[in-house]
Write a protein of this length. Structure first.
Length: 132
């Protein structure tokens, strides 16, 4: 790297070539959080349900994602729920396509694998309690 001197006497550094500037590393957790938000953008997709002995219990959580970044690629494991009567296959395809496109744009990583698990089906109309 060469150093130039300005008229005020302060050193002036010439720009470093793009290939020599370093690299950006995005952690697994950051990619997982980005992917969880992106998956929730897909129509009809909701959070992962808590299950106990195969029965859905408790409130719905956010979409759950595990990400493994290896070099410039990432593998995703996604757990979510969908709105009934939406097709499980169609919802999984929509989520995979959306994640692959948007992860590439936002992080520069190529998605190598996306595993989608649907943990629950929810009716489109939520039950409304009786007013007393």
């Amino acid at each position: 790297m060469s150093t130039l001197t300005t008229t005020a006497g302060a050193p002036w550094t010439t720009p470093v070539e793009p290939g020599e500037r370093g690299r950006l590393t995005i952690s697994d957790g950051v990619v997982a959080r980005i992917a969880a938000h992106l998956a929730a953008e897909v129509h009809g997709v909701g959070g992962s349900a808590h299950r106990l002995l195969g029965v859905t219990v408790g409130a719905e959580r956010a979409v759950q994602v595990d990400a493994t970044v290896t070099g410039s690629s990432v593998a995703l494991v996604v757990r979510l729920s969908i709105t009934y009567p939406m097709s499980v296959r169609r919802a999984a395809e929509d989520v995979r396509g959306h994640l692959a496109r948007r992860i590439r744009v936002l992080t520069g990583l190529t998605v190598s694998r996306i595993e989608v698990t649907v943990t629950a089906l929810h009716s489109a109309a939520r039950a409304v309690g009786r007013v007393r």
